[in-house]
Ligand binder design. Sequence first.
Ligand code: NAP
Ligand code: MG
Length: 513
Amino acid sequence: MAIAKKKVTKPIAKKSVVTTKKVSAQKTENPSSDDFWKYAPAPESKDHVTLKEKYDLYIGGKFVKPNSGKYYETINPASGEVIAKIADGNEKDIHLAVTAARKAYDQHWGKLPGKERAKYIFRIARMMQERAREFAVIETMNGGKPIRESRDIDIPLAANHFFYYAGWADKLDYAFPNAKPKSLGVAGQIIPWNFPLLMAAWKLAPALATGNTVVLKPAESTPLTALKLAELIHDAGVPEGVVNIVTGFGPAGASLVNHPGIDKIAFTGSTPVGKYIQKAIAGTPKKATLELGGKAAHIIFDDAPIDQAVEGIVNGIFFNQGHVCCAGSRLFIQENVAELVIRKLKQRMKTLIVGDPMDKNTDIGAINSKEQMDKINQYIKIGIKEGAEIYQPECALPAKGFFCKPTLFLHTSQSHRIVQEEIFGPVLAVQTFRTLEEVIEKANNIPYGLSAGVWTDKGSKIFNLTTQLRAGVVWANTYNKFDPASPFGGYKESGFGREGGLHGLYPYVSLQS
Ligand code: NAP
Ligand code: MG
């Protein structure tokens, strides 16, 4: 017995020491030390990714050089490294793309039966699933978001959007009974940098399902997954000119908006550019959907499941670096639980891992660009100057790239700029409230109206709030949940029109009553 005991205990003790050492080179073996509990690095491999040095425009089913002959460098915001050179498209390229889209619409795609269009869209979805890992890695390399998010949210959701709308393509008469839905023609689509592939999917899938052809302009800082999507669309055998992708800067987007050959503009981006687009198309027959900025209220009542609510708050503002239009960036806590919620929130913030987005343990990756980093830092300074109390957990940030600690501002009020303006970073402004009426008034007292979150045990309170909050989406006892079948869109300066679900078909058809 004694020998057996010796044999059993010794290797176990030894093994546990070895494991501890493996976890981290600098780790102490003392479980009461903070270092003891740190995760070992778990970087995702880039080996299976193939990227070209230079990317051209995708027009009329071919990769073509930009008219200007110019290319710009796209970087990895986590390291500053140049990943590839991207064609700088201009007005002439946009014209070629719109012409190709019109030709494809008139000659082929506009006449194709829904069930045939569906086959192509299904194929895109299937191929995206097959190449999901590659897309996820490229999204993270180019955008800075944690690989966990690209892998588990962006890419699967993008594929699901194609699946979902492929299903509608031959059922439009059921979607709009007795209304004889007809496609519009050529859709111009402009997307931002925070969900590059997902936004491309939100735009392309309903447009193609309803029989329109497309010219898509990705954001200047995150063009790579859209260009990979161009390759995929090409491989899927989608007829030439049905999807055209023109990379470039703001002026390329403006040329698309102003081109007389488009029938519709679908834009996701900032409110100032959305306003510019609305002015530019006023008086033209062009239809528009504008998905713009947000400043969501996240409301925690005293009867809420507090631990889950804290997790919801963290998910709502800190994951994806707060680069989410519907980020829960204004937190309202009922006064009698405020101390408890803030204490738990601070504790949770201390455990968030900020760093290499390619690491599977990372919670907060890189800020997308220097421009955005400067903007966030500017707002942090404004918050301090306005007299709000700042809290940031102690954590070391990587030496290279653009990173920001999760940031809490306490004792804020409705008049603070950090409460009223969209920061688009991991910065949360906290206020307290006493009554339901007070929080509804405060939550609605803002130019935006994209989304909101409510945490409470009472169903009646949820229903009351969902009818009174001026927000396109209200999540209850959860946050940031998306599904291709449910519509998304805003009120007030967050724009108009809906994407997703049956509602997402409507902006791409004309109906006869
Ligand atoms: P942005 O600066 O407005 O840019 C969006 C897109 O518009 C980019 O492709 C941009 O090109 C292009 N663009 C710039 N100027 C233009 C012009 N004059 N005419 C036409 N297009 C133009 O927005 P962002 O900074 O990329 O994205 C962040 C914003 O998007 C935030 O406000 C966020 O709330 C909003 N957003 C909203 C939703 C939603 O569903 N409501 C979803 C995601 C993001 P460049 O990249 O070359 O500037
Ligand atoms: Mg921009």
